[in-house]
Design a protein around this ligand. Sequence first.
Ligand SMILES: Nc1ncnc2c1ncn2[C@@H]1O[C@H](COP(=O)(O)OP(=O)(O)OP(=O)(O)O)[C@@H](O)[C@H]1O
Ligand SMILES: [Mg+2]
Length: 527
Amino acid sequence: MRVHWWHSIRWRFALVSILVALLATTLLAITLIVAINYYYSVDLHQRLTDIANVTGQRVGVSYAQSGSLIKAVNSVLPDTPAQSAQNQDNLLIILSVHRPPVVVYPHYGSLRQRPASFANLLIAATDPTARKGDYTKLTTALIQARQGTTTIDQIGTSGPGTPPRLFVTEPIFAGGQSGSTIVGVLIMMPRSAAENTVPPFLETIRAAILLASVVVVVLAAIVAILFSRTITRPLARLTNTAHVLASGDYSARVKTNAQSELGELANTFNEMAGRLEKDVDELRQQEYLRRELIMNITHDLATPLTAIAGLGESLVDGVNQNREDYEATGRIIVRETLRLRRLVKDLHLMAKVEAGAMQPQPKVLRLAAVVDEALAVLTPEFERANVEPRNNVPYDLPPVWADPDMLMRVFSNLCDNALRHTPPGGAIMVDARQQENMLEIAITDTGKGIPAEALSRVFDRFYRADASRQVNTGGSGLGLAIVQAIVEAHGGRIRAENVPQGGARIIFMLPAAEQAPIWSYTTIPVR
Ligand SMILES: Nc1ncnc2c1ncn2[C@@H]1O[C@H](COP(=O)(O)OP(=O)(O)OP(=O)(O)O)[C@@H](O)[C@H]1O
Ligand SMILES: [Mg+2]
């Protein structure tokens, strides 16, 4: 999938941060410019009035001595015409009280150069595109100054971002005393106001603010881009690891030092990967076991079938000469068929266990009696093997809470194993004791025991510790698996160990029944 750069979280985050920085800086810059404009105007207002006052007074005083406005202006403002017209921050104009007024200051080289009227002078000094209408206020102020009133006002209109074009008009009194004869009119305004330009001071400040804003925005952009990497880097690692995981390598984990949400995400991801790995391992293991199971089943079914088929053929071919031979072959066929039937029954039982269909029907049972019954059923086998059965289960033990048929199956499977591994003259002991609310039952034989490395595996399906898997020597390896399934279905546990004096011991736990009256015990009929 093609992803454009502007779709990536990193760039989106960076862009948003830059936009926010830009907006904040712009707002700040505007606020600053407006505030500076305001204070500049207030200060200018003050300064302009002060200077105009002082100048007006000085010209007035000088007028009282010389009696001529031109002389007074020349003595107070002795500058050359060029200087007086250009090199001042404030533009100063002094007019006579004649009608129309004569411009006494600034000086112009010749009479012809002197503009005829005040408005012409101003228009010449200012932006040629300025409208004449803007000067109405100035004209009015001039008329008022002739009548003795000082005015401070502005040319045109100004906004919060542009400085006002302030001017002061004031009468010049003879002797500088207000109330005496008005001899002239003074107009003063900043040169920038006359020329309709931004004052140099404001220009400098504006440039500085603009520069600072640009620097701030650039710095914010760099920081945002770098910082957004710290967010997207762990995400990129997570994505890479997810790709590795998707390709089938379930051992992949994210390594990140990220804290907070991203760290938590990485940890959760790792947990998920861990669980996935475990599940996949388990599935593989189960698949392996399934294959092994099918191999074992087919092998165990094939062996007796081969024997039966071989023997059947020999019967048909008439290889057996006499009746004894026929009988012997027949007996082997019956034995192998019975073995097959048992195997199929065991397999069926195992399948039931695995499907969770084996539900015990527990009853209150006296354990000593159950063991007696089980041993009684197996008496012919014990006699044939010349092994002594010993029931050491105390009669006063609390009753057991178990399914009688299943419990018989447990004892018959365990005794069958013990008989198979106990040499003649040996014994098989059944012991039991109470362990809290469970009964611990142990079946010990005097055989050679279970090989140490096989102890943990004897309960596996089809596992046989004996090296040879010959048909004659042993069963299918399902006996203990079935016993374990029965014990666990009762909520108990089972384990195998060897006793120090030689022999194997299988120990399992079954739940003890609540104390019940003796007549409620179930008895098992001898089969
Ligand atoms: N009392 C014992 N002494 C020594 N080894 C034993 C004893 N009981 C079990 N084993 C070992 O554990 C293996 C598994 O026993 P299990 O009862 O599951 O299978 P089996 O007896 O071989 O076959 P099956 O019980 O299905 O006829 C046996 O093959 C045997 O090697
Ligand atoms: Mg067995």
